[in-house]
Ligand binder design. Structure first.
Ligand code: IDC
Length: 523
């Protein structure tokens, strides 16, 4: 009885669907307000009415039941007052039609509370798009970039929300935020409905045609493969790495292990073997600490150049990686880094193959604003003085995972990309979401190191997780290098222990990780 009373009050309080006699208007709809016209028009069309007391309550958050009931009306169907709950018929209809899932707006025939609570923006947009504009196409990269808080959007709402942005229906607030979990007022809801209805009228076959959108993400991004002879200098177009002609390109290949330990697999034959499986990039991991460059500069410099030259001879793009690891703050050796990269950039100034990775993985007590960004700014100047065009890859705190810090405060310059490193046995969706929000903020991402193992280089192999990761990168046209081309007894190693570096390799020489990774070079 109590429940019935509550529903009864709900019905009386807000009879949205019995058109009022006069179209105009409500005492609480401010003349000249941003929503006045929308409310007036929808009222005139009988899609909504005011509340029983003659008000409209524009600033009250709209409930799930109200939203679904209006949606039903907008599809041209008759609204029938339900039993049990005033909107029960509409809710049953909406769920059967797949506008929302069971868990999103739960009711089991007696519990209606959830439907009377304010609906979230993401769910409202989903219902709207499913009911009124199904199949609206969108371009993932372009639309997600419009949403500054894209990382807080749950994956199940990507499609409806991005297609709503593509159709100009959802637009976000003045800061570019969508606020997916927040409610929306009845006035805001009216605007959404109105935009959707207007858009519906302009669909092909219904008069004014809308030019077709860019391809939907189901259509794979067309990207170039191949090496430097074919593709020339690399350049950025927005967040996408492109070749000299301006076509999107994806680089996929291997990272060496530390030159000092496994340098034998950076000879010409090993790189040729890797290229033969389809790789078009090779990363030269020159550790700086751990007995690397800082302890033996001349030896390591020559080894690094020899490896870069071997990659160029094989027509690969090649990343010269200042592999900081135990030396977690790149500022500590900024002068050595400047001198090294100034010389290297002069040496390869006319060679389109070479990319410069200036700090592998900053870690420990290191700050983006105080250490890495100023370091990167200095290195960018040093490299640009010699090489005006070579792509420069920049790391971030927490072993190159904090790209959100870079996205909020990027380095000045052209042809700069930011590295994100992951290990499939350790890192998952949270880090993938970071890629998407960094992209949304316009930050170009390059996965210059990833492994099929845990972050310590062992454990697994985590091939299923790796597949999910690579699909994510592929859909976004993101380039990658896998750790690592060596025969060390650790699962991230691509070669079986004892593999000879100076002969051709077959699949039998590859570990489980190597077989998987080498099969992914050409996708
Ligand atoms: C690991 C090597 C391992 C070596 C260790 C320390 O796989 O054989 O003993 O470094 O030098 C990174 C680093 C990379 C790590 C790798 C795996 O860039 O140098 O290599 N990893 O732990 N970041 C995350 C993981």
């Amino acid at each position: 009885m109590k429940k019935f009373l509550r529903w009864g009050i709900g019905v009386i309080f807000c009879l949205l669907f019995l058109p009022t006699a006069q179209a105009a208007l409500f005492p609480d709809v401010l003349p000249g307000s941003w929503y006045e016209e929308a409310v007036e028009e929808m009222t005139r069309e009988g899609l909504l009415t005011g509340c029983d007391d003659g008000t409209f309550q524009p600033m009250r958050e709209i409930s799930g039941a109200e939203f679904v009931a209006i949606t039903l009306r907008c599809t041209g169907q008759e609204f029938v007052l339900g039993e049990g709950h005033w909107a029960s018929e509409a809710l049953y209809y909406g769920r059967n039609a797949g506008w929302f899932d069971w868990d999103e707006l739960p009711f089991d025939g007696s519990q209606w509370e959830a439907c009377d609570r304010p609906i979230s923006r993401q769910l409202a947009v989903k219902i709207l798009m499913k009911a009124l504009l199904p199949g609206t196409e969108y371009d993932f990269n372009r639309e997600s970039q419009k949403i500054s808080d894209f990382s807080s959007l749950s994956g199940r709402y990507y499609e409806p929300v991005l297609s709503a942005y593509a159709a100009g229906i959802a637009r976000g607030d003045e800061t570019g935020a969508f606020c997916p979990e927040r409610g929306l007022t009845r006035a805001e809801a009216c605007i959404l409905f109105q935009r959707a209805l207007a858009r519906q009228e302009r669909r092909p076959g219904t008069g004014e045609e809308i030019p077709s959108q860019t391809p939907s993400p189901e259509e794979p991004l067309q990207t170039q493969q191949g090496g430097a002879a074919e593709n020339g200098w690399l350049q950025m177009k927005g967040v996408q790495l492109c070749n000299e002609a301006g076509d999107p390109i994806v680089l996929r290949g291997m990272s060496s292990h530390g030159l000092r330990w496994y340098g034998q697999f950076t000879n010409r034959q090993s790189i040729q073997n890797t290229a033969a499986f389809g790789a078009n990039v090779f990363r030269v991991a020159m550790y700086t600490g751990e007995g690397g460059y800082l302890s033996q500069q001349q030896v390591m410099r020559e080894k690094a150049y020899a490896t870069v030259d071997a990659a160029i001879q094989n027509d690969l793009y090649v990343i010269l990686d200042w592999h900081i690891l135990s030396d977690g703050n790149p500022m500590t050796h900024v002068e050595e880094a400047e001198a090294f990269f100034a010389e290297a950039a002069a040496r390869y100034a006319d060679t389109p193959n070479v990319l410069y990775e200036i700090c592998n993985e900053p870690n420990g007590n290191v700050s983006w604003a105080e250490d890495i960004k100023p370091y990167a700014q200095r290195l960018v100047s040093a490299i640009r003085a010699q090489s005006p065009k070579g792509v420069i890859l920049i790391g971030s705190p927490t072993w190159s995972q904090d790209i959100h810090l870079a996205a909020a405060d990027p380095v000045d310059g052209e042809n700069l990309m930011y590295t994100l490193h992951f290990y499939a046995g350790t890192h998952g969706q949270d880090l993938r979401n970071r890629i998407d929000s960094a992209w949304a903020a316009g930050l170009p991402v390059f996965v210059s190191e990833w492994g099929t193992s845990r972050a310590d280089g062992s454990g697994g192999v985590f091939l299923e997780e790796s597949r999910v990761w690579l699909d994510h990168l592929e859909e976004r046209g993101i380039s990658w290098c896998n750790w690592s081309l060596c025969d060390k007894h650790e699962t991230s190693a691509a070669l079986k222990p004892g593999t000879a570096p100076d002969r051709e390799w077959t699949e039998k020489d590859l570990t489980a990780s190597g077989q998987f990774v080498f099969s992914q070079f050409k996708r």
